[in-house]
Design a protein around this ligand. Structure first.
Ligand code: TYD
Length: 149
C-alpha cells in the first residue's frame, strides 16, 4: 500500500481526481504508457514539463477557462493545491503512474517541489494566454457567478 498517493480524498467536488496509468513492472525498469482519450479524458493538444525547479519552489497560481490538464510527477514529488472557489484540496504526487486530472475553472498551485523533480503536463488546448485567470479574485468572481446561475 505504500505506493498509494497520500491523498485522503481522491475526487473533489470540482471534479479533480487521480488517474492511475498502466504500469509494466520489470526488473530492468518499469514502464508506464498513456493513450489519448483512453487513459486521458480529453484529446491531448500539448505537452509541457517543468524541470530544474529549485527545491521548495512554487509554480502555477492560475485557472483556465477552457483548458483541462493532467499533471504527472515524472520524477521527485510536489503537491498540487486545487480550488474550485468553494473548497481547497491538496494532492501529493510522487509516482509517475499517477496523474492528477484538473478540469476547467479550477485554481491550482504547485508547491513543495522536491529538488530535481520533473512535472509533466498533458493539456487539452494549445497555449493561449487569454485562456488564463491569473488573478484569484477575478477567478472567484466568475466561478461564484457560474455556480449560483
Ligand atoms: P505559466 O503557465 O504561468 O507557468 P506555471 O503555471 O508553471 O507557473 O507559464 C510561464 C510562462 O511560460 C508564461 O510566460 C507563458 C509561457 N508558456 C508558453 O509560452 N507556452 C506554454 O505552453 C506554457 C505552459 C507557458
Amino acid at each position: 500500500m505504500q505506493d498509494q498517493p497520500r491523498n485522503i480524498q481522491q475526487v473533489t467536488e470540482g471534479g479533480c481526481r487521480i488517474l492511475t496509468f498502466p504500469k509494466i513492472a520489470d526488473p530492468r525498469g518499469n514502464l508506464t504508457f498513456v493513450e489519448n482519450k483512453k487513459h486521458i479524458p480529453f484529446d491531448i493538444k500539448r505537452v509541457y514539463y517543468l524541470y530544474d525547479v529549485p527545491g521548495g519552489e512554487t509554480r502555477g497560481g492560475h485557472a483556465h477557462k477552457r483548458l483541462q490538464q493532467v499533471i504527472i510527477a515524472m520524477s521527485g514529488s510536489f503537491d498540487v493545491v486545487v480550488d474550485d472557489g468553494k473548497e481547497r484540496k491538496t494532492f501529493s504526487l510522487n509516482r509517475s503512474y499517477y496523474g492528477l486530472y484538473i478540469p476547467t475553472m479550477i485554481w491550482r498551485e504547485l508547491v513543495n517541489f522536491s529538488s530535481g523533480s520533473i512535472c509533466l503536463v498533458l493539456a487539452s488546448e494549445p497555449y493561449q494566454e487569454e485562456d488564463y485567470f491569473r488573478d484569484y479574485d477575478e477567478f472567484l468572481k466568475v466561478v461564484t457567478r457560474e455556480t449560483v446561475r
